[in-house]
Design a protein around this ligand. Structure first.
Ligand code: HDQ
Ligand code: MN
Ligand code: MN
Ligand code: MN
Length: 305
């Protein structure tokens, strides 16, 4: 399988400047070189260029809906094309609102995909439940058919409709979930593992239960949407919404090694690296290096040689 890398220098799903420079920071940390050591061709397709729409007033306290919607429409077709061409596709963010387009485009090619969301946050607010309005905290709500009647028609999103089922989603790493999100997770019966669950069960058991939940009936393509803020802030400080008590390095790499070992990884997002938010150059490098390690181990880099 060949691998393509696609930069999505996107920031309008949240309010902190700098996350649009995430793709460059990850490349500068040596991503392409690291992937080239693995045994398949790697194509770097460069960065998508997103238009910033002049007239894009907030809609129901949601900022930049048209800009975010337009960017995701573009990303959706880029991911759909890459997957359709037979490539395993790595999307570099950029904020987590880009997952709307990434997963939607993947689902155009692989409607039976399953989604593993590694994140401190559930990103499942609707515009009505969101405390911030920021679309990077609402990505999953746009995807789920079960939430269709709870989602207003946001300008900029008429190109898509909900395409995913709650039973085909698993969260790993949750530790900062809003009340409205908690209600949705419970109502929909979504399978999730908080950091407390990981402490109770251990990461090996968490991955066994995750794959049993998603793959036991039938093997199908995996979409891994990995928010770098799932990692403990000591390992990924340069990010917009850090939350203490995150994944250890070894837990994060166990997750990605196990996903690689399924042989089913089809598309991966690595999002929320914000070089502007590192307290020092070293903090930025630590974060970008963590992102490279997460991606490389998802694609087959092993610790045993
Ligand atoms: N749920 C949130 C939302 O704004 O919707 C609220 N939260 C921040 C808030 C700070 C104060 C304590 C409670 N949490 C960020 C999260 C979105 C994260 C997006 B991601 O892509 O980084 O996961
Ligand atoms: Mn090619
Ligand atoms: Mn997050
Ligand atoms: Mn996220």
């Amino acid at each position: 399988r060949s691998v393509v890398v696609l930069g999505a220098p996107f920031s309008k799903g949240q309010k902190r400047r700098g996350v649009e420079r995430g793709p460059k920071a990850i490349r500068d940390a040596g991503l392409i070189e690291r992937l080239s050591n693995l045994d398949y061709p790697v194509h770097d397709l460069g960065d998508l260029s997103f238009q910033h729409l002049e007239k894009d007033d907030p809609y129901m306290h949601v900022p930049f809906p048209r800009t975010v919607g337009r960017a995701n429409k573009l990303l959706s077709s880029a991911v759909s094309n890459a997957v359709g061409a037979g490539h395993t596709t790595i999307v570099l963010g950029g904020d987590h609102s880009l997952a709307i387009g990434s997963v939607e485009g993947h689902a155009q090619q692989c409607p039976d995909l399953c989604l593993i969301w590694v994140d401190a946050h559930a990103d499942i607010n609707t515009p009505l439940t969101s405390p911030s309005g920021n679309l990077h905290g609402q990505s999953v709500a746009f995807m789920l058919k079960e939430l269709q009647n709870k989602m207003p028609e946001l300008p900029g999103f008429s190109w898509m409709k909900p395409f995913h089922s709650a039973k085909d989603l698993v969260y790993i790493g949750l530790r900062d979930v809003d009340p409205g999100e908690y209600d949705i997770l419970k109502d929909l019966g979504v399978q999730y593992f908080t950091m407390r669950d990981i402490d109770r069960l251990g990461i090996q058991r968490v991955m066994e239960v995750t794959f049993d939940h998603l793959l036991s009936r039938k093997q199908r393509p995996i979409h891994l949407s990995f928010d770098i803020d799932a990692m403990d802030p000591s390992l990924a400080p340069a990010t917009g919404t850090p939350v203490n008590g995150g994944l250890t390095y070894r837990e994060g790499i166990w997750i990605t090694e196990e996903i690689h070992n399924t042989g089913l990884l089809s598309v991966m997002d690595l999002v929320e690296v914000n070089p502007a938010l590192g307290a020092s150059r070293e903090a930025v490098e630590i974060t970008a290096s963590m992102a490279v390690d997460v991606i490389a181990s998802s694609l087959g880099q092993t610790r045993e040689g």
